[in-house]
Design a protein around this ligand. Sequence first.
Ligand SMILES: Nc1nc2c(ncn2[C@@H]2O[C@H](COP(=O)(O)OP(=O)(O)OP(=O)(O)O)[C@@H](O)[C@H]2O)c(=O)[nH]1
Ligand SMILES: [Mg+2]
Length: 322
Amino acid sequence: MLFENQHPHNKAIMIAVLGKPNVGKSSFINHLMGFDLTIVSSKPQTTRNQYHCAFTIDRTEVVLVDTPGVHSTAQELNKRMNGQAQMGAEGVDLNFILLDLTTDVVAEFKDFLKNFEHQLSKTWIIFTKADLVKKEELNLASALVKIQELCPSVEKHFVISSKDGHNIHELTGAIVDAAQSAPHLYPGGDASNMNERFFVTEYIREQAFRLLKEELPYEIAVIIDEYKDIRKKDEEAIPEAHISASILVNRPSQRAIVVGRGGSIIKEIGVKARQKIEAMTGGKVHLNLHVKVSPKWFNNNYVLDEIGLPRTQKSTRVWRKK
Ligand SMILES: Nc1nc2c(ncn2[C@@H]2O[C@H](COP(=O)(O)OP(=O)(O)OP(=O)(O)O)[C@@H](O)[C@H]2O)c(=O)[nH]1
Ligand SMILES: [Mg+2]
């Protein structure tokens, strides 16, 4: 018997989507996927974990690995985020390094390489945010020569925009051409190796990033306390989930800000996150949010493990759970 995922015409490719923070990695992935799976915000360091975002084009499965933006840091949380980016590039067929056209792309590329220890094999450069620069001002020839000198494994480059879709079609075609004959990793149509619980915490955190200012989004983590799927006997009935989650903050004063006057901020986080969770689960969601003060959670081994950020070789002092 021939299984669908082993069809002889199946092709697959796994690509690490890498770059500095805020260059548009997650936006690019969502654009290719056709829906907002992975979280996006205008602030840098939104993505903290590496994970698969999978979709198929005809018989080709494309697995894009979203990764945190690589940056220099002395903080344990950030060291682990950088560690996730290195891990995301392990065992992939191709690396995409995204460079934001509104910045000095060569300087950004150098800075990326300085903080990225993993050996880069086959690499394509993806210049992002083309909609923000005038075509006549776009002269990439000398930048490309310098980039090639710095990283000889660079094979191709594309100038794209995730806002207006510029060149996305051409890039998608090139991805399909680069895919090799292989069975599919997600034959059942799953979009990620992360489960719904993970995306629930991400969608809550995304709203925190959107609504809160200054350092606050960086001092927030979200943990699921309870996730109950209510199974109805009637198979036609809309599924329901009761979810309780905690938003961890570093200081008591931050708790008051996240709650907001009369609970206005936490209510808005909850309403917007619930809409996205309902779109993901296709059912009704009851979302209960609590704000808890967990001093220096970003140095706490237990919390960092819980949010999917294991120790790295560069990890320093961490608190252990007693
Ligand atoms: N105009 C324009 N804005 C873009 C484009 N791609 C991304 N952005 C914006 O750039 C910001 C950062 O986008 P993200 O997709 O979160 O960037 P990222 O590289 O995943 O960031 P981190 O997860 O923090 O590393 C958001 O405000 C996006 O809306 C683009 O092609 N054009
Ligand atoms: Mg991101």
